[in-house]
Design a protein around this ligand. Structure first.
Ligand code: FAD
Ligand code: NAP
Length: 314
């Protein structure tokens, strides 16, 4: 148990948190970054990342995040492997507590706690995650050129992803648990008019099937929930698109959140409704959820925090 006083505390070690740290450290703020339950963030659970600029050949997500961490440490970010459990904004400096029992006093805070893809929760899903099961078509769709894939879900993300995947895949099967989609009408029209897409209605995945060596998805076991009929679908990729949830439980009742729990920030800014508290990355981004955007908004939050802290000094 220890007490720390810092000008800037950053919560989260994904692309947003590390980038915020790099900018803040280079401007002399000596920020403390609390890395959280998933050191390196969401990219550590994927395999190759092909769309983060600066890498002429694909880079493993874990390697990219290790590099970001090293860069952050090299410029002076102090990293604590711990989880923030409380934020008190009722007095200044802000007071935070952590799972390891540490207390932090910070003049400004950047929240970069990200968002998590929702998963179906099947054991076989966890087994093939990164080996055919993905939570991100924009990230992994490219690997399924001329292959057959499935998308699970019936909202805008699922329909968007199914359409996007037809750029690569030979055939896309959308599997939805009901007999109508939640997605916008315009997207639905594009989906139904695409000859590469087939929809399987009233069905849920009961098991992800695959090979052991090499580990890889080969198909899905499906159950029609109206008829109880069991069938198998042969696919090499399955994209789970049943929604995301922002990691914002800690901030409920403290910061303004939107209906889905994303932290609200001012237009073209990372400033929240509380002066001195900033939000960056997926935690404030229900729309794009891409690493390069998270990194960009980490930079933005850091520059805004610097300006805020300079104002406090005066
Ligand atoms: P995250 O990466 O989610 O990091 C959040 C951080 O907050 C974590 O370090 C976590 O430990 C920390 N945290 C959470 N709660 C606490 C707490 N209470 N205290 C302290 N810390 C906390 N995007 C791309 O651009 N290209 C890709 O190829 C790509 N592939 C992807 C593959 C998969 C499987 C997934 C799930 C996502 C992928 N994405 C990809 C999306 C990308 O990972 C995210 O957009 C990006 O990681 C968001 O960065 P972030 O810093 O906002 O949050
Ligand atoms: P969403 O709208 O919550 O849809 C989730 C879908 O997954 C629903 O169809 C739901 O089925 C299904 N689902 C949920 N849990 C499931 C489970 N356990 N098993 C099987 N299916 C399950 O989430 P989203 O599509 O990610 O969209 C999130 C937000 O981002 C929305 O506001 C959306 O409009 C927005 N968005 C917009 C665009 C766009 O405008 N182009 C693109 C992407 C996202 P039910 O329908 O039966 O509930």
């Amino acid at each position: 148990m220890a007490e720390y006083t810092t000008r800037l505390l950053i919560i989260g070690s994904g692309p947003a948190g590390y980038t915020a740290g790099i900018y803040a450290a280079r401007s002399g703020l000596k920020p403390i970054l609390v890395a959280g339950p998933q050191v390196g963030g969401q990219l550590t659970i994927t395999t190759e990342v092909e769309n983060f600029p600066g890498f002429p050949v694909p880079v493993y997500g874990s390697e990219l995040m290790n590099n970001m961490r090293q860069q952050a440490e090299n410029v002076g970010v102090i990293i604590h492997e711990d989880i923030i459990t409380e934020l008190d904004v009722s007095s200044r400096p802000f007071a935070l507590c952590s799972e390891n029992g540490n207390c932090y006093k910070a003049d400004a805070v950047i929240i970069a706690t990200g968002a998590s893809a929702r998963w179906l929760g099947l054991e076989s899903e966890a087994k093939f995650r990164g080996f055919g099961v993905s939570g991100c078509a924009t990230c992994d769709g490219f690997f399924y050129r001329n292959k057959e894939v499935a998308v699970i879900g019936g909202g805008n993300t699922a329909v968007d992803e199914a359409i996007y995947l037809t750029n690569f895949a030979a055939k896309v099967t959308l599997i939805h648990r009901r007999d109508s989609l939640r997605a916008d009408r315009a997207l639905q029209e594009r989906l139904f008019s695409n000859p590469k897409i087939n929809v399987v209605w009233n069905s849920v995945v009961t098991e992800f099937l695959g090979s052991e060596e090499p580990l890889g998805l080969t198909g899905l076991k499906l159950k029609n929930i109206k008829t109880d009929e069991i069938s198998e679908l042969s696919v090499s990729g399955a994209f789970i698109a049943i929604g995301h949830h922002p990691n914002s439980d800690l901030f409920k009742g403290i910061l303004e959140l939107d209906d889905e729990g994303y932290i609200k920030t001012r237009p073209d800014s990372c400033a929240t409704n509380i002066d001195g508290i900033f939000a960056a990355g997926d935690i404030k981004d229900p729309q794009f959820r891409q690493a390069v955007i998270a990194a960009g908004s980490g930079c933005m939050a850091s520059l805004e925090a610097e300006k805020y802290l300079a104002g406090l000094k005066k």
